[in-house]
Design a protein around this ligand. Structure first.
Ligand code: SAM
Length: 344
């Protein structure tokens, strides 16, 4: 067995052997560090519009753990609803795709992906999985666990942003490739970012390949708002952890306890919006960015949007991006949809 190692920002190492290859496509990249720094400076120095931060800063090791906890909360219906759809229809989905490599964007713990792998195994398809995630710790842990549980599985993991990793995918080794984007993570993108990412996905794939999207569908704020304002305060801790993440990445002195958290539904845009709001006037210094940020009482940082989708509109939207919708699977309440489309 040949293994190679390299260190990363949070002390994880990349490794390679016959069944597992993990590559840090963001490791010590000057370009990544510059892009991240620019995004923070741009978001926190907006003068006329609201301060904002890119949601990828939620995810360091602690953020990934907190997200896993969110997925188990009684109010947070998306994970269990999507899991129900996969439990019920995964065999149908993989039969439509045939022998296929599964590429997953934002793979996290890969828990729901197991339902697709199980369905591929039932069809006796070769198992090849390419998880992509900006959070290296959770990707490594879940990859190791998957290899133990699926003796014929081969994993090729890429740690980095979606764009970085899609540019570094290895040559395809099965008849088709499917890019899976579960958890309605697509909803965290603004429309123009969403266009760019879907164009990038379609450009990466070959004709006849697949895109499987898990999308949270628009519904009453009476269901949506509690899902993002849980009674145990885990979503609030997840949001405040973004400030701790900025502290260790950029030598900052944010005091997360000086911010209140709230998730609000915006009916005009059919999206949930997550805010951290300063309780009092104060100043924050991010040493490595040479940046000082002033907060007035009640001033908010928009940490994330979560757009809620409509399947009919998505069908037209996907076609405009060169993807033909093959089938949509729902839960009985039609709260969530799994949309399988194919590159034209
Ligand atoms: C909302 S979670 C979804 C996790 C899992 N797919 C699920 O459905 O439960 C988003 C995942 O995407 C990863 N992520 C967030 N922004 C990313 C980016 N720009 N590039 C790559 N991964 C990202 C996070 O680390 C996290 O694991």
């Amino acid at each position: 067995m040949v293994s190679t190692f390299s260190s990363t920002t949070q002390g994880h190492s990349s490794c390679s052997n016959e069944r597992l290859h993990i590559e840090y496509v963001n490791a010590s990249s000057h370009l990544t560090a510059t892009n991240d720094a620019e995004a923070v400076i741009e978001g926190l120095t907006r003068s006329r519009s609201r301060k904002t931060l890119p949601p990828q800063f939620f995810y360091d090791d602690k953020g990934s753990q907190l997200f896993e906890k969110i997925c188990t909360l009684p109010e947070y219906y998306p994970t269990r609803t999507e899991a129900w759809i996969l439990q019920t229809y995964a065999s149908e989905i993989v039969q439509k795709m045939g022998e296929c490599e599964l590429v997953e964007l934002g793979s996290g713990s890969s828990t729901k992906t197991r339902l697709l792998l199980d369905a591929c195994a039932r069809q006796n398809y070769p198992l090849r999985y390419l998880p992509i995630d900006v959070s290296g710790g959770i990707l490594q842990e879940s990859a190791k666990q998957l290899l133990q549980d699926y003796p014929t599985l081969k994993v090729y993991g890429l740690v980095g942003t979606y764009e970085q990793a899609l540019a570094k995918l290895p040559p395809v080794s099965l008849p088709h490739r499917a890019i899976c984007f579960l958890g309605s993570t697509l909803g965290n993108f603004y429309p123009e970012e969403c266009d760019r990412l879907l164009d990038r996905m379609a450009a990466t794939l070959n004709k006849g390949d697949f895109v499987l999207l898990g999308l949270d569908l628009d519904k009453s704020p009476t269901i949506l708002e509690p899902a993002y304002n849980d009674s145990q305060g885990v979503t609030a801790a997840f949001n405040r952890n973004m400030l701790s993440h900025l502290n260790w990445r950029f030598g900052g002195n944010f005091d997360p306890d000086l911010f209140d958290y709230e998730g609000r539904y915006n009916p005009e845009k059919s999206q949930m919006e997550m805010y951290l709001t300063a309780r009092q006037s104060h100043q924050v210094r991010l040493e490595k960015l040479d940046l000082t940020v002033e907060f007035s009482p009640g001033e908010a940082i928009l940490t994330e949007i979560s757009r809620k989708f409509n399947v009919d509109r998505m069908e037209n939207y996907l076609r405009d991006r060169g993807l033909s919708l093959i089938q949509t699977w729902h839960d009985p309440q039609k709260w969530f949809g799994l949309l399988l489309s194919q590159v034209l």
